[in-house]
Design a protein around this ligand. Structure first.
Ligand SMILES: Nc1ncnc2c1ncn2[C@@H]1O[C@H](COP(=O)(O)OP(=O)(O)OP(=O)(O)O)[C@@H](O)[C@H]1O
Length: 705
């Protein structure tokens, strides 16, 4: 199977041409393409903007380059049409802008092609951005927006303004009234981006909905009812599945199914929340469409809140069970060996303190939980009936393994029934394994292929371009940066051990810190961020730590991270969505410096961190630090070879910089392995779906456990 990186699609060739043209730099400027091509005599005030140093004027050089591929020539022509509207719209009042937007909607609803409406639509969006957000879409963003409208995955460097670019295709597709979705990676980004762009959409009279995980069905329905809906890919998937379960319960799925099955719903008048899937723009396309696509989305037959309640009640019962006395609070039936609470025992259950989750459990259930837990405390003993061992699936998690009473051996994989197993887990303070069941499932690939119009944006798609095209039929195109990038890569450094690597990192931080430039250090895990923080403390370097333990201060830490002399240690939380603004003086000192302390499993995560510096053509630099005991070597080469490298590292005192490429090779191997896993899963799912359809089943709902 081809490596995703091995074959570049022809689209990238076009992109490279474009990028090369863009590299001509500001001095190679030819007259603004838009102004030239514009048929309007009142072309935008490009000359003035250029004199005033407006970056968008400079960046248009690529748009006037010769020898572009036909598609780019077409997009350039479209851009000229968009630009032609600008001087007219600038003269109009806010009310006129909104009126135009409404008129466009009528035309779209009446069946006029969206492609025809694009120039005016994009120009309106740009004007609304300028007025409502003080951000006028750059020409490159308009071109990116055209690519998105035409169903591409556009690769835009981090910090180039994907959030603003997204407004263009979202607005245009929303005009037909079937909804336009923006799928992003987490609730925080969905909310942040939607709220940030809201004034622009409001100016155009377009409603915006936001889906958050905790939303109930009613507010979800309302958010999907809006013209544009921001949410996470996961929530879109779950809503699709929940709706489908509901439709089946109401016998309204016409195809692909056998039998009714009430799926937990009744004809109670419940309504679906989505109103179909029309257009989806996937933000961070590589991580959603590729990284997260390895595991399907599954709805358990036990709802999350019910599961929480069950787990909490097991814990409550096992905390209280030891205080129940035989004969006084419970009795044991001689024949059946059943434990039964006495009247005093039941009254004790009623008077015990309970939290909200436990309180909502039925009283009879609570009696049962206590009876079971008392039994477990008296009869099930550690190292007799069972042992505790690290789980084979995840060695960081302990699990109960039954000791077979006949053979004295461990009965691998077996569990006690009727809640006994869970009661023992809670007695031992282990994770409680409430079975989830599977009510419905869908793969990420299936979910997004259901949208007739799909597009995506990413900072780092090049390595997954061929996979995107093969699976989602979305070509990848690279959009040049608005200003030439000035980010500098310093040569990577390799050390024998983690300790020597971290010491060297601390030294580099101290050096750069002394110059006043802000430094951002990315770590792969929370414990490593803590370790590094300790080292910096020892050196007396003041710094902030940003990891999952202090999310609440995230905004504050990020806002300050670009200041003079700032040092910030962060896990990959400081990835997408972190827009670090540099203090004015920082640019002249050389911008921010980013230190990557380890390679991630996917190169694009590393690039996201790197993308925190040198944004929007700012100056900046970064360096990769590696050590021979890094996890990536084990992932890529296996235990044997990575152990050899590790012992070589332990013996090594000097520089091992020449081994840097070994790490990138290991990373590529890990990426390829993940790619193969995804392909295997996809083919497995395809066969399963085909078989189920032939059997008249619904492949999303009739899922095997
Ligand atoms: N046309 C524009 N005019 C002015 N500022 C802009 C424009 N486009 C983007 N920006 C600014 O660029 C910054 C980066 O934008 P945004 O966060 O959307 O980038 P991004 O491409 O999503 O980056 P990342 O992938 O790193 O999150 C923001 O501060 C935004 O205000």
């Amino acid at each position: 199977m081809d490596s995703p990186a091995a074959t570049g699609p022809p689209d990238l060739a076009a992109a490279a041409e474009l990028a090369a043209a863009a590299d001509n730099g500001p001095d190679a400027l030819s007259p603004d393409a838009a102004a030239q091509a514009s048929s309007s005599p009142a072309a935008p005030d490009v000359a003035n903007e250029r004199r005033s140093g407006d970056p968008s004027a400079r960046a248009t050089s690529f748009l006037s380059a010769r020898n572009l591929r036909p598609r780019m020539v077409r997009w350039r022509r479209q851009l000229a049409r968009v630009n032609a509207f600008e001087p007219i719209l600038r003269e109009e009042s806010d009310a006129d802008i909104r009126k135009r937007s409404l008129a466009l909607r009528y035309r779209a609803m009446a069946g006029e092609k969206l492609g025809t409406l694009l120039p005016e639509g994009y120009a309106l969006c740009r004007e609304a951005g300028r007025r409502a957000l003080s951000m006028r879409h750059y020409d490159v963003q308009i071109v990116g927006g055209i690519g998105l409208y035409e169903g591409h995955i556009t690769e835009m460097q981090t910090g180039e303004g994907k959030t603003l670019t997204a407004t263009l295709p979202l607005y245009l597709h929303s005009l037909v009234g079937k909804g336009a979705h923006l799928a992003t990676v987490n609730d925080y980004l969905a909310k942040r981006d939607a709220e940030w762009m809201m004034p622009l959409f409001e100016m155009l009279g377009v409603s915006v909905g936001i889906i958050q995980t905790e939303d109930d069905q009613g507010s979800r329905r309302k958010s999907y009812g809006a013209a544009i809906t921001y949410g996470t890919a996961k929530e879109f998937g779950f809503d699709f599945l929940r709706d489908r379960l509901l439709l089946r319960a109401q016998n309204r799925i016409q195809t692909e199914m056998l039998g009714g099955g009430d799926g937990g719903f009744s004809d109670s008048g419940d309504q679906v929340v989505m109103r179909g899937m029309h257009f989806c723009l996937v933000d961070e396309a590589d991580s959603i469409l590729i990284d997260e696509a390895r595991t399907p989305l599954i709805i358990g037959s036990i709802e999350d809140n019910v599961r929480d309640q069950v787990v909490e009640t097991y814990r409550w019962a096992s905390e209280n069970a030891p205080s129940f006395e035989i004969d006084e609070h419970f009795e044991i039936d001689d024949d059946t060996k059943k434990y039964e609470l006495t009247a005093r025992g039941r009254s004790r259950v009623r008077s015990l303190p309970k939290n909200d989750l436990v309180r909502t459990m039925g009283l009879v259930d609570l009696y049962e939980y206590i009876e079971r837990s008392v039994k477990v405390h008296r009869e099930f003993l550690l190292n007799r009936q069972y042992v505790i061992r690290p789980s084979e699936k995840d060695p960081n998690v302990d699990e109960i393994v039954i000791v077979d009473e006949f053979t004295g051996r461990l009965a691998e994989g077996r569990k006690w029934r009727d809640g006994i197993h869970q009661a023992i887990e809670s007695k031992e303070g282990l994770e409680i394994s409430v079975p989830t069941g599977q009510a419905a499932r869908i793969t990420v690939q299936d979910l997004f292929l259901r949208y007739p119009h799909l597009a995506g944006m990413t900072g780092t798609a090049a390595t997954s371009a061929s996979e995107m095209r093969r699976i989602y039929r979305t070509p990848v195109v690279r959009v040049p940066t608005n200003r030439p990038p000035q980010r500098k890569q310093l040569p990577p450094r390799v050390f024998g051990t983690l300790d020597s690597k971290f010491e060297a990192i601390a030294r580099e931080v101290a050096d750069i810190h002394a110059s006043g430039r802000p430094v951002l250090i990315g770590t792969r895990s929370i414990d490593k961020s803590v370790l590094l923080s300790k080292l910096l403390d020892e050196l007396g370097i003041e710094h902030e730590v940003l990891n999952a333990n202090n999310v609440e201060r995230e905004a504050e830490i990020v806002a300050a991270a670009g200041g003079i002399g700032r040092v910030t240690v962060a896990t990959n939380m400081a990835g997408r969505g972190t827009d670090i603004k540099l203090a004015d003086e920082v640019e002249s000192l050389g911008g921010m410096h980013v230190i990557c302390t380890e390679l991630h499993d996917a190169a694009r995560i590393d690039r996201q961190l790197i993308g925190r510096c040198g944004r929007q053509g700012d100056r900046g630099s970064y360096r990769q630090y590696l050590s021979l005991d890094d996890d990536i070597l084990k992932g890529g080469f296996g235990v044997g070879r990575s152990d050899k490298l590790k012992s070589r590292g332990a013996a090594n005192t000097g520089s091992a910089d020449r081994l840097a490429t070994t790490f990138t090779r290991a990373q590529r191997k890990v990426e390829r392995k993940h790619f193969r896993d995804r392909m295997v899963m996809m083919h497995g799912e395809k066969d399963r779906k085909k078989m189920q359809r032939e059997m008249g089943q619904d492949p999303y709902l009739d899922t095997p456990d």
